[in-house]
Design a protein around this ligand. Structure first.
Ligand code: HSE
Length: 434
């Protein structure tokens, strides 16, 4: 049988890795796919020194590939929203299948792209968009298709996890670690996407859709980054038996779905609390399978290429199947998506770590306890440290039981209004993940 021809748009970290893996493992991949896979053309603004492209034609114009009648599958690795959307929609219009690693594109424009793909009977595959080399999309969409998924929680940004790990283990400065992550090709073109949780929210939006069968709703995801975390809180969390991780959490509740990305205290003995460096992990809780955990490299040249090439193989295997029988893009049949709402953060529920800087006066602890109890907030543990030399204040650290966020917001406002409380109360959400 003739080989399937693919076009690679973008020859950066992931594009270069994809070309190399397709070339190095060509025989093995063909044995799996049932046909050879040939890179017919590449679109790149500049060569990638880590990639020997040989005689493969290269153009600077990505749109030449979608107009190339030889090409069956477009591999979109240019990133970003606008041009990538235009490219993918044009490829679909021209009857080409698409494989993409672009989480921003899928999270923001996925509903439109999938509708167009259904209309044209082509596939759009996006395993590499979430958690690099971990086949977590496939695991949830296919491996867990018997389950009603209750919740999932993941470390889904390698750069952020790398920064938190280096800060905790080596006491390195935030900016210094971020620069290293950029040099290693982990970080987004705009690294604020990594540290402010936008990249993780893109991925969480995708995971939540395939877990719960809801349309992609990136605009409803709550996003909080790691740039304001202090080493004091990292150390207090350790003393209480927790680790701070930047977590994406999606949870089913009776009133709607929670979709939130924020720094989170996790008990230090959980496996996911020990996922370090650029590694990612996603925990999924289903009613039949219970909790399952998926772990691996969340970013990097060949780890992400592994997911891209696996999608290409899936598309090649399905080329001759009736479009009606393709695995649905969002795991559930498109006419069976749920309209259950995504909840605002004020309606979400978790436990809380609160750090209060108080004056060293009698009765402060009693006032704090009264404010919390008046709002029905149950304290699980409390730790009061010695007076700090530099400012004469006493750090009080509390961990609450689970409570709805609006009540904690109200309590924090009341705490900050106390004469004996100085500055803002630090709040970090706590998840037991059991
Ligand atoms: N910037 C992303 C990360 C790349 O650090 O996880 C992989 O999506």
């Amino acid at each position: 049988m003739k080989p399937v021809k693919v076009g690679i748009c973008g020859l950066g970290t992931v594009g270069g890795g994809t070309f190399n893996v397709l070339k190095r493992n060509a025989e093995e991949i063909a044995r799996r796919a049932g046909r050879g896979i040939e890179v017919a053309q590449i679109a790149a603004r500049r060569p990638n020194p880590k990639c020997e492209t040989g005689a493969t034609p290269i153009t600077a114009d990505i749109f030449e590939l979608v107009d190339n009648p030889e090409i069956d599958i477009i591999i979109e690795l240019i990133g970003g929203y606008t041009q990538a959307r235009e490219l993918v929609l044009k490829a679909i219009e021209n009857g080409k299948h698409v494989v993409t690693a672009n989480k921003a594109l899928i999270a923001v424009h996925g509903n439109e792209i999938f509708a167009k793909a259904r209309e044209k009977g082509v596939m759009v595959a996006f395993e590499a968009a979430v958690a690099g080399g971990i086949p977590v999309i496939k695991a949830i969409r296919e491996g867990l298709s018997a389950n009603r998924i209750n919740w999932l929680a993941g470390i889904i940004n390698g750069t952020g996890n790398f920064i938190l790990t280096e800060m905790r283990e080596k006491g390195r400065a935030f900016e210094d670690v971020l620069k290293e992550a950029q040099a290693l090709g982990y970080a987004e073109a705009d690294p604020t996407f990594d540290v402010e949780g936008i990249d993780a929210a893109h991925k969480l939006t995708i995971l939540a859709s395939i877990a719960f069968g809801i349309p992609l709703q990136f605009d409803k995801a709550y996003t909080e980054g790691i740039s304001k975390l202090t080493s004091a809180d990292v150390n207090y969390a350790e003393a209480l038996g927790y680790r701070i991780k930047h977590l994406g959490v999606a949870r089913r509740t009776d009133s709607g779905f929670e979709l939130r990305v924020h720094p989170t205290l996790i008990p230090a003995d959980r496996l996911i609390a020990n996922v370090n460096g650029v590694m990612n992990a996603v925990m999924v809780n289903g009613d039949a399978a219970g909790s399952t955990l998926y772990y691996g490299a969340g970013a990097g040249m060949e780890a992400t290429a592994s997911a891209v090439v696996a999608d290409v193989v899936d598309v090649v295997r399905a080329l001759t199947t009736d479009p009606e029988n393709h695995v649905p893009h969002l795991a559930f049949q498109p006419d069976s998506l749920s309209d259950h709402p995504v909840l605002p953060i004020e309606a979400c529920e978790s436990a809380y770590y609160l750090r209060i800087q108080a004056k060293d006066h009698p009765g402060v602890l009693a006032q704090v306890a009264t404010i919390l109890s008046e709002r029905g907030i149950n304290i699980e543990s409390i730790m009061q440290k010695e007076v700090e030399e530099q400012d004469g204040l006493v750090p009080m650290i509390l961990v609450t039981h689970r409570v709805v966020e609006a009540r904690v917001n109200d309590a924090i406002a009341a705490l900050e209004a106390l004469d004996d409380v100085v500055g803002s109360v630090v709040r970090i959400r706590v998840e037991q993940l059991n």
